[in-house]
Every structure is written in C-alpha cells, then in structure tokens.
Design a protein around this ligand. Structure first.
Ligand code: AKG
Ligand code: FE2
Length: 354
C-alpha cells in the first residue's frame, strides 16, 4: 500500500509551522487495533486514560482509507457549502429545524470587505437521518446531493468507533458488549457529522477562552487540514497545538466515557484558535464525527471490572444522554468533566455546544 499523502489535500495549504510546541499525541495504528495487536491495544488504553487524545493512523487499513477518502470528499463539500449564499444556510438554522441539529453561527466583531461581520459556523447533521432511524430533518441541497457520501462516512466512522469501544471494554475488564450495547447504531442517538468553518481572524485570548470545552459524548473522530486545534496539557495546563497529520484522524474521548468509568478515562479540554502562521490567512474547515450513547442511556457509572475499584464520590448529575446533550448545549452544566472525580470549574462557560 502506497503512502497516503498524495491522496489527501493537505499539500494545498501552507505548511504547519515547524517551530511551535505541539501536543504529544501518540499515534495508534487502526490496522493493528483491528488485528487485535496487544501492545497497540494497551497503548490505546493508556492514551485514553492519560491524555484522552491520540492520532489514529488510518492508512494501511481498508476501513481507515475509506474514512480518509470520505473525509476528503466531505472536505470539498463542506467548502462548497460555506461558499454558497448565506440565505441558503439560514434555511437550515437550528432555531428552525431542531434543538441541536442544523446550522449555527457566531458573529465576530471583525468585518469582511463588504462590511458584513465575519462568522464562525457549524452545521450538524444527525446520524439517524442517514442510517434510517428517523424521518430526515430538512437539509441543505448539497447534503441531499451527497447523501451517499455522508451515509458511507457515518457507517465507516461508526465501524472505527465500535472497534475502539471493544478495546476499551476489554481493558476496563467489563463483560463483552457492555459499552457496545449502549452505542447500537440501530438506536436513536446524538451522533452527528459536523462541518466547521472558522473565519480568518486575529488571535484573541478572550475568544479562545470562550471556546474551551470537552466533547459531550463518547468518541470524536476529527479530520483537520490546518492547525488551530489546541489541547490543554493535563500536568502544566499549557495550551499546545495539535499538528494535522495526513492519513491520520485525531481522536478524543468525551464526557460520557468519564461518567461511565467513574473517571478512569479522560475527556480532555480543548479549543480552536486561528491556525498558526503561515496558515493564518486561510479559511479553516474541519470535519467531525461525534459519537454519543443512545438517547435513552442514563449517564452514570457502570458496574463491573476496574470501575468497581474507583472511589465512590461526586459523580455529578444523572440524566439520559439526550438530556445531557441538551443541558450541556445550553450551558446549564457548569464546568467541564475531564477525569477522576472530575469537575474542573471554569469561568467561561460556553453556551452553544459549539
Ligand atoms: O476543528 C477542530 O479542530 C476541533 C473542533 C472541535 O473541537 C469540536 O467541534 O468539538
Ligand atoms: Fe471538541
């Protein structure tokens, strides 16, 4: 199998700088995890406990390369989506179609050349529409035209997530299927594909701080072409950039896994800032697949295995995954849930789930 570099579009952008501090993410091989490689599996569990973020090398796996190819197609579709007239996107605004899914924007104080405020934007498309669990919500014509690309992407990402979940169960010493049965693709859940676009904008510490968050759900598969993602290192609290690697996804754990495991696993704080120079003059697009527990699953510590050895303590509020998403997305739950015991209080509570 050849190098995947030329099959991705990273080379069309200015390079990620070589002289800035980057996050020490380990790189795990999907093909080794698929083959049940013990050392790779253990390295995955360590990464899930210690940092909650890692690279997943997709090249060398047929499934992984399907994710890379799909992501490249969706990257182009997302760019076209954001080039279309604003009125089109507004038709699918969250206020018009759903509590959570659909289009959202945040207007910045900076203006474009026409005097119009610049925007950071997201478009959330739910997995249940693609796999046939729900009557599809109204969606942008580009989504309709590319329904098959999106559907394949959903299935491929879910396959990757199911593999990762199986490794987690094993290391947590839970009966086989414990986590998988809370994430059945045939059941309604908050899983979604997101197109992100950030305007070209100067770095602002205040704006960066507003965007600090953990992901609400289970596992997130992130495809990046430009820098700008930063994670907060657990030990030093220093913010460091995550360098995009062609042919690899950035994968991170979300709050649901912290709740299920009473803090054994880590959902690390991160944020998006403008890409570092020389990438700072380019519109930034990223593609995210968010997985979440089934809507009806109550987020609370599971019983069994290593979890039973965790201290009993402040596990936070108990609610269904659906209620959790709603409360988090409107900013009702203060702080972020990162790890053992884990509520880290935070002043800048982001309200949008953005
Ligand atoms: O765009 C990125 O690099 C990260 C996006 C993110 O963290 C999110 O959408 O939750
Ligand atoms: Fe995130």
């Amino acid at each position: 199998m050849g190098s995947i570099g030329p099959n991705t579009s990273h080379h069309r952008y200015p390079p990620f700088p070589g002289d800035i501090k980057t996050a020490p993410l380990v790189s795990l091989s999907l093909s080794k995890l698929q083959a049940g490689d013990e050392a790779e599996s253990k390295a995955f569990f360590d990464a899930a406990r210690n940092l909650g973020f890692f690279y997943l090398q997709l090249e060398g796996s047929t499934l992984g390369e399907s994710v890379v190819d799909g992501a490249e197609q969706l990257h182009a579709i997302s760019q076209e989506f954001y080039q279309r007239p604003q009125e089109e996107r507004e038709e699918y605004a969250r206020e018009k179609i759903d509590d959570f899914f659909g289009y959202r924007k945040v207007e910045l104080k900076e203006k474009d050349e026409n005097g119009v405020p610049k925007r950071n934007e997201i478009y959330n498309m739910r997995k249940d529409d693609f796999v046939g669990n729900a009557d599809p919500l109204p969606c942008h014509p580009l989504v309709k035209q590319n329904w098959d690309v999106l559907t394949s992407y959903v299935y491929h990402c879910r396959e990757v997530i199911d593999i990762l979940i199986t490794h987690l169960e094993k290391h947590l010493e839970l009966p086989t299927g414990t986590l998988a049965n809370l994430h059945r693709i045939t059941e309604r859940s908050g899983d979604h594909v997101r197109f992100n676009q950030s305007a070209v904008q100067p770095f602002s510490e205040e704006r960066a701080a507003m965007g600090e968050h953990t992901d609400f759900g289970t596992l997130t598969i992130l495809m990046n072409w430009l820098g700008g993602l930063q994670i907060r290192l657990p030990d030093s609290a220093e913010w460091v950039y995550v360098k995009p690697i062609p042919g690899s996804a950035v994968v991170n754990l979300g709050d649901a896994l912290v709740k299920f495991t009473a803090g054994i696993l880590r959902s690390n704080v991160h944020r998006v800032v403008p890409p570092p120079p020389p990438q700072d003059g380019v519109l930034r697009h990223s593609l995210v697949y968010f997985s979440r527990p089934e809507d009806k699953v109550v987020l609370k510590r599971l019983k069994g295995g290593l979890i039973d050895q965790q201290p009993q303590g402040e596990d936070g509020p108990e609610m269904t995954a659906q209620e959790w998403t709603w409360h988090r997305s409107v900013g009702n739950l203060k702080g972020v849930y990162t790890h053992n015991g884990g509520l880290e209080a935070r002043e800048n509570q982001m309200k949008s789930g953005f």
